[in-house]
Ligand binder design. Structure first.
Ligand SMILES: Cc1ncc(COP(=O)(O)O)c(C=O)c1O
Length: 458
């Protein structure tokens, strides 16, 4: 006999198919349905939770369960398999709940809409952020927090402003986040690289660079690295902070996905030097809504006023409405339950992806094994290039990213792919990897039979 919750799911799916339940409809409450079907509430909850995982319905705390919007209902199996997009999974975004916060913010923060508000960011939001950051082992005060228009802005301003160590050059991991490479390039900042692999960085090389290259700061993405998916161990993080102290180098820690960490013992670099050596950046774009354009930065006290001068010259202050709504959202506790949900969603998708890579990719193809996060990188064999793979997969409606633009020219690799799990549907992951495996096998075998001078395939 089939479990009761499956029967309930199927009944609801049939109603969706026949359009007797349409986008936005509210489903019967758990109590109503359990009374009606004479089953336990847990059975109904299980059915609803499973339907939620399949992105057919969504829940609104204290309001109930609703059918997802039409744009979310993708029944077309030939739809794009998207390993490219790096925005958050829109199916788990708390859009409706947040709408309430926006409406409330218009009322509550009316004054800030009519004026230029605090350059450092709404104090009430900074209080909430300082409280929230404690969960990430970042203990600070609202006076050291600055609200910025995305972490991209924070990075851009840090690259342009002088630092208390009076040094000039910037060190970045190789590869790293493309947006920062662009910013450095446009600002013509002298930039050094240090190679990062899934085994980490060479700490002796790091010491050498710190000692000899007038490094102002080292930009580091310590958890769920973009694009590699790499995470540093606590002892590596501690050692990096010690070296930074020794050679008077600042660390800029971009913990963009730290909230997804399932390892409760993993600490940010900030926690090893909370008073000022490490500048900590927390974006709300990946775990929440990129359109808010809100991130926060924790600065050493002695850098706050100068940073604010640079921020002022860029855009006065970040949007008050976004700040107000985020403050309300954080304070209400909704953010905590949202986070719980997305942690599970991304963890599950990442594990499905890894299992598929393990089973399907050729043995000479290496891939990273991040415990969660958005990105997994694939190192292609021999002369197979990421560009070739992107091209072949695009023709099959499968999108993946060529990571070659995420390197400085002298470190460039042409054989690294970045797969993002943020927007791909769970049930499409295996099919996408199957096609990737076929393309790699096809290009590898062609390569073996082609005369060397004809190696370029496109
Ligand atoms: C590692 C990393 N840092 C920063 C950013 C920029 O994010 P924000 O939207 O906060 O500017 C991104 C965006 O993709 C990113 O991947």
């Amino acid at each position: 006999m089939r479990p009761k919750y499956i029967e309930i799911m199927e009944e609801i799916k049939q109603r969706l198919a026949s359009k007797s339940l349409v986008a936005g409809s509210r489903l019967p409450s758990v109590r109503q349905l359990s009374d009606h079907l004479s089953c336990s509430k847990n059975t109904v909850i299980k059915a609803y939770e499973e339907l939620e995982k399949e992105h057919l319905i969504y829940s609104v705390p204290k309001s109930g369960y609703f059918v997802v919007n039409e744009w979310q209902l993708e029944t077309d199996e030939s739809a794009v398999i998207d390993f490219l997009s790096a925005g958050p999974d829109r199916n788990v975004m708390p859009y409706i709940e947040f709408q309430h916060c926006m409406n409330k913010a218009i009322e509550q923060y009316k004054e800030e809409l009519f004026t230029y508000s605090d350059q450092q960011g709404l104090y009430s939001l900074r209080v909430q952020v300082a409280r929230y950051l404690q969960n990430l082992q970042v203990f600070t005060v609202p006076e050291r927090v600055v609200v910025v228009s995305g972490s991209q802005q924070a990075l851009h301003l840090l690259a342009s402003m002088p630092f208390p160590n009076g040094k000039n050059n910037i060190l970045i991991e190789q590869p790293t986040y493309f947006g920062f490479i662009e910013s450095l390039k446009l600002q013509q900042a002298t930039t050094f690289g240090i190679e990062l692999s899934m085994k980490g960085i060479d700490l002796e090389r790091l010491e050498y660079i710190f000692r000899n290259n007038d490094i102002k700061f080292f930009y580091i993405i310590p958890r769920f690295h973009n694009p590699l998916g790499h995470c540093y161990t606590n002892s590596e993080k501690k050692k990096i902070v010690e070296l930074a102290e020794k050679y008077d180098v600042y660390i800029v820690e971009d913990d963009f996905l730290g909230d997804l960490d399932t390892d409760t013992k993993s600490d940010p670099l900030f926690s090893f030097a909370p008073s000022g050596r490490v500048i900590y950046i927390k974006s709300f774009s990946k775990i929440f809504l990129p359109g808010l354009r809100i991130a926060t930065i924790v600065l050493p006290s002695l850098m706050v006023s100068n940073f604010l001068r640079y921020k002022f010259s860029a855009d006065f202050n970040s949007p008050a409405l976004s700040q107000g709504a985020l403050e309300i959202y954080l304070k209400s506790g909704m953010f905590t339950s949202h986070l719980k949900k997305i942690k599970e969603v991304y963890y599950t998708k990442m594990h499905i992806l890894q299992e598929a890579c393990e089973c399907l990719l050729p043995s000479d193809t290496y891939f990273s094994k991040p415990p969660s996060g958005f990105y997994l990188s694939v190192s292609l064999p021999g002369n197979v290039t990421a560009k070739q793979i992107v091209h072949l997969l695009n023709e099959k409606n499968i999108l993946v990213d060529d990571a070659s633009r995420m390197f400085l020219p002298e470190y460039k690799k042409e054989n690294l792919l970045r797969l993002s799990i943020s927007q791909v549907k769970e049930h499409q992951i295996r099919q996408g990897v199957e096609e990737l495996a076929k393309c790699i096998a096809m290009l590898s075998s062609r390569r073996n039979y082609i005369k060397p001078r004809n190696l370029l395939l496109f």
